[in-house]
Design a protein around this ligand. Structure first.
Ligand SMILES: [Zn+2]
Length: 351
């Protein structure tokens, strides 16, 4: 234990900055009706209408917008521009972005974000996105992941298609035409795998503050496989990597705990900056340098080894996919999930 130095500034800093998860945080959003009551009602509703379009669906506001029948998609694997049917594209995204085993309400939330994201891109880049100038959207994580039916069949076990394709179609078809708007305008609905307990304000990760991309709690991520993760690196490798990018930092195995200090922490509990030998280094750069799951990380040094612990997976902005799955399993429907993760948005139907 003598050699084991826990970097208290980071570990305790995170403990202090990760907000305690309130059990009743949804109540204020729901006119103080108990979340449990609503969850129970929803559970009953879902048992009745499992995988069927709810007949009591309330009328959504409509918006003057049309979806094209065909869209151009840049395929990062083949370097070709494909022309795909809009609805087929959405099914390929939902099936690639979320496990089809997820709750139907989480899949529906994903279908609405996928449709909204695509239409936002089409509007913003009608002639092509700068990084793939012949198409407004690509098949990679750069935009949102899309796979063909053949690829999906090959990457899943036998029986997957028969067991789950109907559910993917249901998620897309039952939300047909539905998109997210803020102040009457279509939004850019960013999403990520696992927030680690709280999502991020957009300006803490990207450059701009977006009113609907606010930090919110994400308490139901317990099943997420990458909620807590860690990697181990030797102290030598750790120091070499840092100095290869930032130059000589006067850091050694014996002074790391003094030379690395916590800088700024975001509202979502992620590290915005560290100070290494007094030099400011961004959490995002450290994430990319060590290929970490997220910028919510801490270091534990044991002799000549450093364990880097991470919480969450992805950039942390917008909807947490595992958080959506957790909410759905608690009985919340896709509208409640979307309105939770995207602040003050409306779910509207295109005319
Ligand atoms: Zn792209």
């Amino acid at each position: 234990m003598l050699n084991r130095i826990i970097y208290a500034f980071v570990v305790f800093g995170l403990l202090l900055t990760i907000p305690s998860l309130s059990l009743n945080f949804f109540e204020s959003k729901m006119n103080l009706i108990s979340a449990e009551v609503i969850a129970e009602e929803n559970r009953e509703k879902h048992e009745v209408s499992k995988y069927e379009v709810s007949k009591q669906e309330e009328k959504l506001e409509t918006v003057e917008m049309k979806e094209p029948e065909l869209i151009k998609v840049y395929n990062n694997k083949t370097n070709e521009v494909m022309v795909i049917d809009f609805e087929e594209y959405l099914k390929g995204v939902v099936a690639s972005e979320m496990p089809a085993e997820f709750n139907i309400e989480a899949l529906k939330a994903q279908a609405v974000t996928a449709r909204t994201y695509l239409l936002f891109r089409l509007k913003k880049y009608p002639n092509g996105q700068p990084e793939h100038s012949d198409a407004p959207i690509c098949t990679d994580v750069h935009c949102q992941v899309w796979s063909s039916k053949d690829t999906l069949l090959n990457s899943h076990a036998d029986g997957w298609y028969d067991a789950y394709w109907g559910k993917i179609e249901e998620a897309v078809n039952s939300t047909k035409g539905q998109i997210l708007t803020y102040d009457g305008k279509i939004i850019e609905p960013l999403y990520h795998s696992t927030s680690g307990g709280r999502t991020e304000n957009s300006e803490d990760v990207f450059s701009t503050a977006v009113p609907y991309l606010r930090s919110v709690e994400s308490p139901y991520e317990g099943e997420a496989p990458k909620l807590n993760d860690s990697i181990k690196v030797s102290v030598g490798h750790f120091i070499d990597k840092i100095e290869s990018v930032y130059g000589e930092m006067d850091i050694t195995e014996s002074n790391l705990d003094e030379k690395i200090e916590l800088g700024e922490v975001s509202e979502g509990g992620k590290i915005k900056t560290l100070l290494i030998n007094g030099n400011e280094v961004s959490g995002r750069e450290i994430r990319s340098l060590f290929n970490l799951n997220s910028t919510n990380f801490s270091f534990i040094q044991s002799g000549n080894e450093i364990e880097i612990l991470t919480t969450g997976y992805g950039h942390g902005v917008g909807m947490s996919q595992w958080g959506a799955e957790g909410m759905a399993n608690e009985g919340f429907n896709y509208k409640e999930i979307l309105k939770h993760y995207y602040t003050d948005v409306e779910i509207v139907s295109m005319k």
